[in-house]
Ligand binder design. Structure first.
Ligand SMILES: Nc1nc2c(ncn2[C@@H]2O[C@H](COP(=O)(O)OP(=O)(O)OP(=O)(O)O)[C@@H](O)[C@H]2O)c(=O)[nH]1
Ligand SMILES: [Mg+2]
Length: 434
């Protein structure tokens, strides 16, 4: 048993029970529903304590195994959303020794173990709950429908068949003669399927995790003004004193549906004071982890100093902008012209940021969105490559071994091949009641 809604006041608060005793236990709280309630029907009834005193009125819904979220008997009680009331109802049920509180993700783990959904789809539920941008919601919804799972199966099934053929050939060379026909062809088409899936991984991870975009540049360039303008609120201090921003300031926003953490940083300059120097060190740290650095150049900056600032970004890609274009100084015409003060050029800047992060087209749902999945596909793809090399040079044993490893790696995604430690790690990040 666990509350399925967060511990905060709200319209409704849901308690969920799963297991063979779910119905009799719930009936002690909701005696009005009778001995045999119809499954999947909402009953409006009193919720009572052990003395029969009414605590609330709400909905009772029974899902009979196996047609429930977990595949077991499930009861959901929808009470009013009072955290204290839910605690009391919970305590009433915990009086029964058959009841205990469910751990994080325990319902979904049971659903997976009972074959209600595969591992990739189970993970999509946690992703959907955690999604903080529209693109992340859509990607998780797609994965929940099983799109990734079926792509993985498209790759894994033929690999499994190939593995069986090769093992047959190795064990019974006479009977299985010819089973390796077209081996190179089969392997190479599977290899390109795996590479195709991997190709979308960096975009997928961007959708799920979001991007860090860092505003940097010389002091007084107008970084904080631009930061505030992009956020639509006066978050960072702005002043005509150079060196106003000392610490990195972070805020989240959504650009073209992508989640972006925007970072405003201390301006760069030579011979900073001690505290400012610490701030500049933070700027450099922020730049190291940025998916995109926006170099904010004052209208008249040129030459060597611009190159030095560009070099500060290290390996992070840089987008150059000219600030304060409202002053009409007309310099740096090759750069994107913006004004944090008037908002001129901000739409273009947002578009440029989104396209530098995403590439062409609007961000959309992609298949491979998690590092875990990408890592498994990468390992499978490497096994296939090694199998291709071995098919030309080594023995069939080596080829078969690599194909077997590729099958296993892909099985980690959908869960055919997922050890308990992996399941623990995955379900740990779920919330209670899911
Ligand atoms: N005309 C004009 N002035 C601007 C614009 N943006 C910033 N300023 C002015 O430039 C000065 C510095 O602005 P900030 O946004 O604090 O600049 P910063 O780059 O964050 O400066 P530091 O934090 O000191 O590195 C302030 O006086 C702003 O009002 C702009 O688009 N147009
Ligand atoms: Mg600033």
């Amino acid at each position: 048993m666990a509350p399925a809604t967060p511990p905060a006041a709200g319209g409704v608060g849901v308690l969920r029970l799963s297991g063979p005793a779910a119905l009799p236990i719930a009936r002690a709280i909701v005696p009005g529903i009778g001995a045999l309630p119809s499954p999947r029907r909402a009953y409006f009834a009193d919720f009572v304590d052990s003395h029969g005193a009414v605590l609330d009125q709400g909905l009772f819904i029974y899902f009979r195994a196996p047609h429930s979220y977990t595949g077991e008997d499930v009861v959901e009680l929808q009470a009013h959303g009072s955290p204290r009331l839910l605690q009391i109802l919970q305590a009433e049920m915990l009086r029964d020794p058959r009841v205990r509180l469910a751990g994080p993700g325990e319902f979904t783990r049971r659903a997976f173990l009972n074959g209600r959904l595969d591992l990739a789809r189970a993970e999509a539920i946690a992703d959907l709950v955690a999604a903080d941008s529209e693109a992340a919601v859509r990607a998780a919804a797609k994965q929940l429908r099983g799109t990734l799972s079926s792509k993985i199966r498209e790759l894994r099934e033929p690999l499994k068949a190939l593995h069986a053929d090769l093992e047959g050939l190795l064990n019974f060379p006479d009977e299985a003669e010819g089973a390796d026909a077209g081996l190179a062809q089969r392997l190479s088409s599977l290899g390109s399927l795996a590479r195709g899936l991997l190709a979308s991984a960096s975009r997928g991870i961007l959708v799920r995790r979001g991007a860090r975009v860092v505003l940097y540049g010389p002091v007084n360039a107008g970084k904080s003004t631009l930061f505030n303008r992009l956020l639509g609120e006066a978050r960072a201090l702005v002043d005509d004193e150079p060196g106003t921003t000392r610490d990195a300031v972070e805020a989240r926003l959504e650009l073209s549906g992508l989640s972006v953490t925007l970072v405003d940083t201390a301006g760069l300059r030579c011979n900073p004071a001690r505290l400012e120097a610490l701030g500049i060190e933070r700027t450099r740290e922020s730049l190291r982890t940025a998916q995109l650095a926006i170099l904010v150049l004052p209208p008249r900056a040129a030459g060597r100093e611009v190159n030095e600032w560009l070099a500060e970004a290290g390996d992070s890609p840089v987008l150059r902008v000219r600030s304060k274009c409202d002053l009409g100084l007309g310099a740096g015409s090759g750069d994107l012209q913006v004004s944090g003060r008037t908002g001129a050029g901000i739409g273009e800047l947002e578009q440029a940021v989104a396209s530098r992060l995403w590439g062409d087209g609007a961000p959309q749902a992609v298949d491979l969105t998690s590092e875990r999945h990408a890592d498994a596909v990468r390992r499978a793809s490497e096994c296939i490559e090694r199998a291709i090399d071995a098919a030309g040079a080594s023995t069939l044993e080596v080829v078969s071994g690599e194909v077997g490893l590729a099958v296993e790696a892909l099985g980690e995604i959908t869960g055919e091949n997922a050890p308990d430690v992996l399941l623990d790690a995955i379900f740990e990040r779920f919330c209670i009641g899911k």
